[in-house]
Design a protein around this ligand. Structure first.
Ligand code: NCD
Length: 307
């Protein structure tokens, strides 16, 4: 039972719970009308202390499409945080008004703190460069629908592997399925954090390599997960400018990729995938954004104990 639980890290869900949730999301996608009234009378609160388009709006649309209502703020400056209120006090208050809360925050661990003071489920919608478990659910739903399985895949992660929280969460999740190989493609300065290398990849005996050149490995991938260089996490602008164009996926590079490889990206894209690639049948990032709403509908139903 997921009722009343928090989702802070993708591993807060067992593999079985994850698979059930994806199955439910698939059914909602096919027959949305069956679910359109299940959250009548319920309220979702979105507490966003950092910018967002897809995550916040897909959560809000998800709750509305289930018949529920939404309250919240989309920048810290419009809440009492700007007056110095703590996360603990904010969530204690929100717990009196809403049935479930979704929080995005620049500080790693902020949603976890919130969960300790909350009497309603708290969902981490991205905490600093740490985790982003609902993006992972979206990614998994896309992979499952296009590849038929979450196992036996060679997955390349390219770009900002240091600060990219979607990468950290998806690696955590994929490392629980059988026989997945991970190829980490990044400049030296943006390599994956040591805790992911040691405590996730090595600890679970996942086969992985780290390279700098995408052309060397693109031909061996089933999935290429592109990411944006996370400008907002850099300490100085010069480093960002130097690294921002490290990888630009274009037609030339795609010639080396297999016909069945799919391209994922959590979005927003800056320039790391050139627009000409959008026409390529292997580009799956807008499908990924679309599925985001359905997995979030499934998650809300489960955490509220409606299903
Ligand atoms: C991502 C995020 O916020 O971490 N966006 C998203 O939720 N789809 C990726 C990013 O900002 O680069």
């Amino acid at each position: 039972m997921l009722k009343g639980r928090h989702l802070l890290d993708p591993r807060d869900l067992t593999i079985e719970e994850t698979d059930n949730l994806l199955e439910l999301a698939g059914d909602i996608f096919l027959q949305p009308e069956k679910y359109s009234k299940l959250c009548e009378g319920k309220i979702l609160a979105t507490l966003f202390y950092e910018p967002s388009t897809r995550t916040r709006l897909s959560f809000e649309a998800a709750m509305m499409r289930l018949g529920g209502k939404v309250i919240g703020f989309s920048e810290a400056s419009s809440s009492s945080v700007s007056k110095g209120e703590s996360i603990a006090d904010t969530i204690r208050t929100i717990s009196c008004y809403a049935d479930i809360a979704v929080m995005r925050h620049p500080k790693e661990g902020a949603p976890k703190i919130a969960s300790m003071y909350s009497s309603i489920p708290v969902v981490n919608a991205g905490d600093g460069s740490h985790q982003h478990p609902t993006q992972t659910l979206t990614d998994l739903m896309t992979i499952k629908s296009l590849k038929g399985s979450l196992s036996n895949l060679t997955v390349g992660f390219c770009g900002d592997l240091k600060f990219g929280r979607t990468v950290h969460s998806l690696i955590k999740s994929l490392s629980r399925y059988e026989n997945n190989k991970i190829i980490l493609i990044s400049p030296e300065e943006l390599r994956i954090p040591n805790y992911i290398r040691k405590e996730v990849l090595q600890k679970n005996n996942i086969e992985f390599i780290e390279v700098e050149n995408i052309e060397e490995v693109i031909g061996s991938l089933d999935i290429l997960y592109m990411t944006r260089v996370q400008k907002e996490r850099f300490f100085n602008e010069e480093d960002y400018i130097r690294l921002k164009d490290s990888y630009i996926l274009d037609r030339e590079k795609m010639k080396k990729a297999s016909e069945n490889m799919i391209i994922l990206h959590p979005l927003p894209r800056v320039n790391e995938i050139s627009y000409e690639i959008d026409e390529d049948p292997r580009a799956a990032y807008f499908l990924q954004a679309k599925y985001g709403m359905y997995v979030r509908m499934a998650l809300i139903l489960k955490l509220l104990g409606v299903m």
